[in-house]
Design a protein around this ligand. Structure first.
Ligand code: SAH
Length: 370
């Protein structure tokens, strides 16, 4: 077998995904000062300069070694769809051909970017469009940062206020890349986002929840969807490996490590399945004593889905039970439903979906990709 070509682009790691500790170690191992990492991160993430030769405070040799060691070209979206409500969905095609999607949601006073961490998802939740597509692979950190860069193209560095790992994939199943991206998002020399405004959402990968509690100062969202194991086993098959008691213990560990925080409990409301007042009472009992806020997500349908969205009255009744029990909750408004960009609708097969919903989507060229 012949050796791979030296410095072939695909062989070089993506510099956009390297966080400060990793890049510092890389420079130190080459006998250079650790602060070079700060310089590079600032050029890339703060100023958006991807051309290493333009990083003028680095010195010629450092620049040459960096350029030879890393890939720095940014990946741009293949297509962007704009919803009538102002949210936008970008579709990225990865090396290997899979597509992933990111959604930018403008709200009063803030812009939230919902990023994908995997192409497809291995968790197989019964009510999620991503699950129906199967699992392809983990994203590299630089492939997640590419989604962040797209959002910054749209709203500017100051304009991007919140990043949530609630797109395609189970972020904690891709812990290393997600942790690197979180560090970059929080790092003042890179994105400098407030630690309250970076949220990792998990279906309940308990060992990684414990790890996150100790290592990353980010907000934690946990997808409950049921208040007892029999139902949750059906909705989130991972529950058979890590049942509710384990998930609650991991939430307590997180709250013990981060006493000033709460856990965001996500609960997709599925008509006639988990949306009765009894289920609400059970949920309130389950969460008693924990610092939580509940996010109720009325089911977002997708082609071929087996569940239905409950009527508004049922949603209100569910919420009412929680409120009476002293549990704070909010109903997540559906955003981007017309471009299949709402929670659980990201599936990545853009051509198919255009076929399913003719006229419902308005393709608009991305400013950079066009
Ligand atoms: N894998 C992560 C992120 C998933 S997306 C997790 O499970 O937490 C964010 C939320 O949307 C999760 O709570 C997920 O269960 C929920 N969701 C998935 N499909 C949905 C759908 N069709 N309607 C409403 N919510 C959905």
């Amino acid at each position: 077998m012949s050796a791979p070509a030296l410095n072939a682009p695909a062989e070089r790691p993506g510099l956009w995904g390297w966080d400060r500790p990793r890049l510092e170690a890389w420079f130190v191992a080459r006998g250079e000062p650790a602060y070079r990492a700060r310089q590079v991160l600032s050029w890339l993430h703060r100023r958006g300069v991807e051309d290493v030769s333009a990083m003028t405070d680095l010195g010629r040799t450092s620049r040459a070694v960096l350029a030879a060691s890393f890939a720095t070209a940014r990946r741009l979206p293949e297509a962007v769809f704009r919803s009538a409500d102002g949210s936008e969905k970008a579709v990225f095609r990865l090396d290997g051909g899979a597509t992933v999607e990111a959604v930018l949601i403008p709200e009063e006073g803030r812009n939230t970017l919902c990023v994908s961490s995997q192409a497809g998802c291995p968790i197989d939740c019964a009510f999620c469009a991503t699950a129906a597509r199967g699992f392809e692979r983990n994203l590299e950190a630089h492939e997640i940062i590419a989604q962040v860069r797209w959002a910054i193209d749209r709203v500017g560095r100051e304009g991007l206020t919140n990043v949530v790992f609630m797109g395609m994939g189970e972020p904690l199943a891709n812990y290393r890349a997600v942790a690197a991206v979180c560090r970059l998002l929080l790092d003042p020399v890179a994105y400098g986002l407030s630690r309250r405004r970076v949220t990792v959402s998990t279906s309940g990968l308990v060992p990684q929840m414990h790890r996150l509690a100790e290592e990353l100062d980010v907000a934690l969202a946990v997808s409950f969807h049921a208040a007892h194991d029999v139902l949750r086993d059906r909705l989130v098959p991972l529950n058979r490996v890590h049942p509710l008691a384990e998930i609650l213990a991991a939430c307590r560990h997180y709250l013990a490590c981060r006493p000033d925080r709460h856990v965001l409990v996500e609960y997709a409301l599925l008509d006639g399945v988990n949306d009765s007042p009894d289920e609400a009472r059970a949920l309130a009992r389950l969460l008693r004593g924990l610092a939580v806020k509940v996010n109720l997500i009325p089911f977002n349908p997708f082609p071929g889905s087996l569940f239905r969205r409950p009527e508004e009255g049922r949603v209100a009744a569910f919420q009412d039970v929680l409120t009476r029990a002293g549990v704070f909750s909010r109903v997540r408004r559906t955003r981007g439903g017309d471009i299949a960009a709402a929670c659980g609708q990201l599936a990545g097969e853009v051509r198919d979906r255009r076929k399913h919903a003719p006229g419902a989507e308005t393709p608009c060229p991305s400013p950079r990709a066009a």
